[in-house]
Design a protein around this ligand. Structure first.
Ligand code: LLP
Length: 420
């Protein structure tokens, strides 16, 4: 249930027609459903109720403060990958003790801020990074809690750009050298080894890769404990896929049935870093048809949203559902069309060769499954102000991020005197 549906011929988010929001804020805009976000969080949480666990929402999927606040109020934490995400997580009221910090290139000032905040742990991705954390911790006179991100060399069977757990990927510490790396970490004065981390990729639609990677991680953890290196947290990362089109990913409950027994009596806290599975189908990008043109018999709907607003189709060739806001239009004659934006690139499309009803100028569509990696990956390319974000809760809606202005576009730019 994603709380986007037709009621009385109009497409609604919860109890608000999307056209009502469009009247107030114009198009394009992102719209998120509060009920869906909190329900997806709860479903995930419940699925793992048999094991001690912590859900650290992957902030990169959707970093709007109000969205993060929903999860912090539900008791969740954050998986962050930058100082900016740390700033957002703290500002949204996330407890520092529920924040984990991954990423292959943590800068010293980011490490310092995270240590000062007192985060739960760093998920360390290389031996040089470990030494950097040790150094910064020494400067601050604290001990840094770390997990090593282990690259288990398991194929997540997903798009190559979002596959992270193969040995040729830049992520994590080689499985074969992880043991030695742990030994070295535990010998460092300002490091406290507390966990083990894995994250093998995103939009994973099978259970086997999770089980295979976890088996390897657990074997490592057992070996470490025999050496007297105590692991309190096993962070299994994120990556569970969603249905964009006809994918049939496992339900969180099925994932839990497969992996909870492996973790049950471990006496450790299990950390999850879901992003897409919580936020993906909780959001849509609403856009208006500006023009239709037919080139060489091919129909193009030129809409007011573009690849700068939603990069996934052009970046990964992703499928995003397209739903007209006015249900009457769905009974019209169908055409095969590309839904494209105003940007000056042929890669600027939101849908390709899609069977859609004939749409008229000014009619609106919702680009679905855009709640994760939608707004967060948007940019100002072609000097297009970024679009507003709206949160619907029942019959109420709030602008949780304003549409940018032209002044926002040039904020921070200065012209040197000699050019004036
Ligand atoms: N943990 C770590 C360390 C990650 O790198 C990621 C995602 C997650 C958790 C959350 O993964 P999720 O549960 O959302 O699959 N922009 C791409 C997705 C990139 C994912 C990067 N890492 C997309 O739009 O498909």
């Amino acid at each position: 249930m994603r709380h986007f549906e037709y009621k009385n011929g109009e497409y609604y988010c919860e109890d608000v027609p999307l056209s009502t929001i469009a009247k107030e804020v114009g198009t394009p805009f992102y719209c998120y459903s509060h009920a869906t976000l909190s329900r997806h969080y709860d479903v995930f949480d419940k699925a793992f109720e048999t094991i001690p666990h912590l859900i650290c929402f992957a902030v990169k999927a959707n970093s709007n403060l109000s969205v993060l606040k929903i999860f912090s109020k539900l008791g969740g934490g954050a998986d962050i990958v930058s100082g900016g995400e740390l700033f957002r997580a703290l500002k949204a009221g996330m407890e520092p003790g529920k924040i984990v910090f991954a990423g292959v290139g943590k800068k010293k000032d980011e490490i310092k801020s995270a240590l000062e905040a007192g985060i739960l742990m760093f998920n360390v991705e290389s031996s040089q990074e470990l030494l950097a954390i040790d150094t910064v911790a020494a400067e601050l006179g604290v001990k840094a809690k770390v997990a090593l991100r282990v690259n288990p060399n398991v194929d997540p069977q997903t798009h190559p750009y979002i596959s992270t757990g193969l040995k040729e990927n830049k992520f994590g510490i080689n499985y074969d050298s992880a043991f030695e790396e742990y030994r070295q970490a535990s010998a460092l004065d300002n490091i406290e080894v507390v966990g083990a981390h894995m994250h093998i990729g995103s939009q994973i639609t099978q259970i086997t890769p999770f089980v295979d990677a976890l088996d390897k991680t657990l074997a490592l953890v057992r070996g470490l404990e025999n050496e007297g290196i105590n692991i309190q947290y096993i962070d299994v990362g994120g990556g569970l896929g969603i249905t964009y089109n006809d994918e049939a990913p496992p339900h969180p409950k099925e994932l839990a049935e497969a992996i909870a027994p492996l973790l049950k009596d471990s006496g450790r806290t299990i950390i999850f870093e879901p992003g897409r599975v919580i936020a993906g189908n909780a959001g849509a990008l609403v856009t208006s048809v500006m023009y239709t043109k037919i080139n060489e018999g091919k129909t193009f709907y030129i809409v007011d949203a573009a690849m700068n607003d939603l990069a996934r189709p052009s970046l990964y060739g992703s499928y995003q559902g397209i739903v007209p806001l006015d249900e009457d239009t769905t009974s019209r004659k169908k055409v095969s069309a590309d839904v494209v934006g105003p940007i000056c690139e042929s890669g600027d499309f939101l849908a390709k060769d899609r069977i859609l009803p004939v749409l008229k100028q000014g009619e609106m569509i919702a680009v679905m499954s855009a709640g994760a990696y939608g707004f967060t990956m948007s940019s100002n390319y072609n000097s297009r102000p970024r679009v507003p974000e709206i949160l619907v809760n029942g019959s109420q809606f709030n602008i949780i991020r304003e549409r940018e202005t032209y002044d926002d576009l040039v904020r921070g730019e200065t012209v040197p005197d000699y050019l004036k």
